[in-house]
Design a protein around this ligand. Structure first.
Ligand code: FAD
Ligand code: DLZ
Ligand code: SF4
Length: 516
């Protein structure tokens, strides 16, 4: 009798995953395995490992209760497996398996390895499309073909038309595709913020926390308190809470940052979507329903849906289209190692101190913290993209290369030379001051550009613009800073450039591989 093994990876925890679609629970087997290679290919934040392992174990329990026969390999119980291939090979040998079915891995690294599995295992291996993404590889390639530039906004409009989300016939709801201009407000001082939903650990999670505390204690970040959702039901509670309490103000304050308030009006659901506890299209439909019911304004719902239907699908398409070469690009020839404060949070720059501190504690920072604080500093200081990517892969619970790399390499570092973003997201301290209260609590003075108290983002910014003047002079979107540079007194620029050099020379740098 044909006995099929169905492999489910740690970020494929969706009951409608394609690898299970025609499963016959009476005689097929489902394999899930906690393995060394996946848990250590970067030194993931401790909370990320706990989330993935606990969610895997809960998902396995659910499949069993639905009648599937499970083989579940635990990280610290024999037989332990170095990698997924070994786990599959053992099952194939012991259980007379005649074929393997798996949904394509989300990361290029593992997808490339799987190409050899059929030869390694000696049985047919069927790699199915991951239908949880709204835009297939084929559809993205069709959109991208023949285009000179691949701008998210054009892609997003096609996705709106195709899904019908926020459409009135063939026109965008409210007459505009994008309400971003209304979405850049600073946070009023005493605004009430929604609480972040918190989930108590059950027996499964407590066991996983012990395991992670024991085996991964040298990984970055704080394991406890751990209160993340680990099942689809809990993730649904987190989503519902956000739709009721966060989404109405999501648009207005999407770019704002506040001392000791890491989430603000964001959803904090990326880690859940990325492992399959929430379905992206369903999240968009739920947000649309909240708008249709009059509970949420259009600028908020459009801004939110754009992040998922637009950005998330777009970065995934771009990743698969451009890999593996994309990871090697370094258009700005940046080569400085990573300052140690990215790991310790110990810096007098309060914005970075806040963002790294919250990242250590929560394995989370919202988009503007990632882009305009941690990413902006890396861009201005000319940090090596490989070191910066390694950092982003380690520190966030939602980090998977397909989404991390385009955001870091393309959006934050401009290392792809502008394939993704038409201009670098470079900003001086003025931007951070406008969008946060960080500067009010900082030992540096955001209004000063030179001198002992000057905000480092200011002189690093002008040093960056001057360093890349030639490259950017033909880019119309850089006309403003370049003309300000040309109007600047030469002495002022020289002073800022030498202060930038001295500042960067004075930093402690992390040893390569120390944390990654
Ligand atoms: P919200 O702000 O509430 O947005 C809602 C949802 O939209 C998110 O949950 C997410 O699924 C999606 N989304 C929003 N922005 C993006 C984006 N730029 N790309 C893809 N999806 C998006 N996101 C990851 O999921 N994993 C990563 O490893 C990751 N690395 C990043 C690195 C850098 C340098 C930057 C600038 C961004 C990165 N992002 C990454 C995108 C984004 O910052 C996170 O998805 C978001 O902060 C998650 O928080 P949230 O759920 O509260 O999102
Ligand atoms: C992130 C992760 C971790 C930490 N551990 C495992 C694991 O032990 N077993 C597993 O199947 N998946 C794990 N994952 C998720 C995978 O890394 C993810 O499926 C791939 O990166 C996708 O290419
Ligand atoms: Fe950051 Fe400069 Fe503001 Fe300090 S003054 S918080 S370093 S932007």
């Amino acid at each position: 009798m044909d006995r099929c093994l169905r492999l489910i990876l740690g970020d494929q925890l969706s009951p409608h995953i394609s690898s299970l679609q025609d499963a016959q629970p009476q005689h097929d087997l489902v394999l899930m395995a906690e393995v060394k290679a996946e848990a250590n290919y970067v030194r993931h934040h401790q909370k990320k490992i706990a989330l993935v392992f606990s969610a895997m174990r809960h998902f396995a329990e659910r499949l069993e209760s639905e009648g599937h026969k499970l083989i579940y390999r635990r990280y610290d119980e024999p037989p332990v497996h170095a990698n997924l291939l070994e786990a599959v090979r053992t099952a194939v040998a012991q259980l007379r398996i005649s074929r393997l079915v798996v949904t394509e891995p989300s990361e290029w690294r593992l997808r490339a390895e799987m190409e050899d599995w059929e030869a390694e295992l000696g049985i047919p291996v069927e790699i199915r499309e991951d239908q949880r993404f709204i835009c297939s590889h084929y559809r993205f390639a069709r959109w991208a073909r023949g285009r000179k530039s691949l701008r998210m906004e054009h892609f997003y409009r096609e996705m709106r038309r195709e899904t019908g989300l926020l459409m009135e016939g063939d026109r965008p709801a409210g007459g505009k595709w994008n309400y971003d201009r209304e979405n850049r407000k600073a946070l009023p001082q005493n605004i009430a913020l929604p609480k972040v939903p918190s989930f108590e650990s059950d027996g499964i999670t407590r066991e996983v926390l012990q395991l992670v505390g024991r085996e991964f204690d040298r990984h970055f970040g704080m394991l406890e308190p751990f209160d993340l959702a680990v099942t689809a039901d809990q993730a649904d509670i987190a989503l519902t809470y956000f739709l009721d309490h966060g989404l109405p103000s999501f648009g207005d304050y999407q770019d704002a940052m506040k001392q000791n308030a890491p989430v603000l009006f964001h959803a904090m659901i990326s880690a859940y979507i990325n492992i399959g506890l929430l379905d992206p299209l369903e999240v968009c439909r739920r947000a649309e329903e909240a708008w249709q019911a009059g509970r949420v304004p259009l600028n908020a719902v459009e801004g939110f849906i754009r992040q998922i239907l637009g950005w998330r699908e777009y970065v995934r398409g771009l990743y698969w289209q451009e890999m593996p070469g994309y990871a090697e690009l370094n258009a700005l020839a940046a080569k400085r190692p990573l300052p140690a404060f990215y790991w310790t949070g110990e810096t007098e720059m309060n914005c970075l101190h806040q963002v790294v501190g919250e990242t250590r504690a929560n394995a989370y920072a919202h988009h503007i913290q990632r882009l305009m604080v941690a990413g902006n500093f890396a861009l201005l200081a000319g940090l090596d993209p490989r070191a910066v990517n390694a950092w982003y892969m380690v520190v966030y619970a939602d980090a998977y290369e397909w989404v991390e790399l385009p955001n870091t390499h393309g959006m934050a570092l401009h290392a792809d030379g502008g394939l993704m973003a038409s201009k670098p997201y470079a900003a001086s301290g003025k931007y951070i001051d406008r969008m946060s209260d960080y500067c009010r609590h900082c030992r540096y003075d955001v209004k000063q550009a030179t001198g002992d108290d000057a905000c480092p983002f200011n002189y690093l910014y002008w040093d960056f613009i001057a360093r890349h003047e030639q490259r950017f002079h033909s880019n119309p979107r850089m006309a403003m800073p370049l003309s300000a540079l040309n109007r600047m007194k030469r002495q002022k620029l020289t002073d800022m450039q030498s202060q930038a050099r001295m500042f960067l020379d004075s930093l402690d740098y992390a040893e390569e591989g120390e944390w990654t």
